[in-house]
Ligand binder design. Sequence first.
Ligand SMILES: Cc1ncc(COP(=O)(O)O)c(C=O)c1O
Length: 379
Amino acid sequence: MHRSQQVEHLGTSISPATWLVAAGRPTDPGEPLNVPLVPASNFILGSARAYSRDDATPAWEAFETVVGGLEGGTAVAFASGMAAAAALIGALGVGASIVLPTDCYAGVVGLVEQGVARRGWTCRRLPVIDTQAWITHALNADLVWLESPTNPLLDIADLPRICAAPRKPGSLLVVDNTIATPLNQSPLAMGADAVMHSATKYMGGHSDLLGGVAIARTASLAHELRRARELYGGTPGTLEMFLALRGLRTMSLRVAASQASALTIAKRLSEHRQVHSVRYPGLTSHPAHTLASTFMRGYSGVVTFEVKGDAPRADAVCRTLRIVRHATSLGAVESTLERRAAVPGQEHLPAGLLRMSVGCEDVEDIWRDLEQALNSSHL
Ligand SMILES: Cc1ncc(COP(=O)(O)O)c(C=O)c1O
């Protein structure tokens, strides 16, 4: 049930790939095909637009239309993924209780830790694979924050069961859908209250912008998110939204290419003598592959693997690459790779763990580059 995805457009049902290309465009004769870039802080008074911290510029409005249609809710765009997360988390009152994954994006953890220190919040960290624990704790939590696949360990939560389980009245269940993308799973349809994305990743897709978006299931939550954007000023930039909208037009092609190559790379890494272990939900050896296949339509382009020889070898691999770039972040046309334990705050991860974001280069070129780096990075 969760695996099919169609979007309603002008009275017909179309595929997400078509929606991404066709939605949110001008329609009147003489208008440009693409939403124009309108750099404006303020508008001549007398219409719905007055000041662009509060009121959408055209590209931002179109971006929200396209993302909202794809996720099946009302999208509210932000200046970054963290600005979207802060709008969802920052609304919690004094003494709120929160559940976070043990493997969770570090910025979200940092934000919640501030609330624990300054606002008397309590936070429980649970492994996403422990479905029963999530169901139990959701009964008393004010905020249930899920990530699946998790970053960087790529664990899978049983989203259909956790999102449909009863929870505390007035609470929020949010899914960070950044790694999966809306093309691969639809948490709102499973019962989540909101979904968020770092649009910096697959939506933008070219490592040239920061953006974020929260998608609400109800109009009242969307209203609250817009109000938080106005008050805290996490408004997206016009140029960034223009670029993010352009990124969305090709997202379906990029994600399809990245995840097809990621599966090939993950399989070959699994057989490489310098590789200790590989995590990719598309591999049948992933402990939650069967579960993921019941509700995911694809497994994204992120592959995490551990090399033998720990940090020294992993660092040597990063230095020896020629096509894959040694860089943080994920979801772009360029393949990137990073030793995650080298990132401040991530020292708890295995020293030799590399997170790779497989991009849109030819898969044989990506593999040859990775193979030469693994083979030549002798200590
Ligand atoms: C899973 C995930 N969520 C949220 C964020 C935060 O997004 P941004 O960097 O756009 O603020 C990131 C960024 O790396 C991420 O990977």
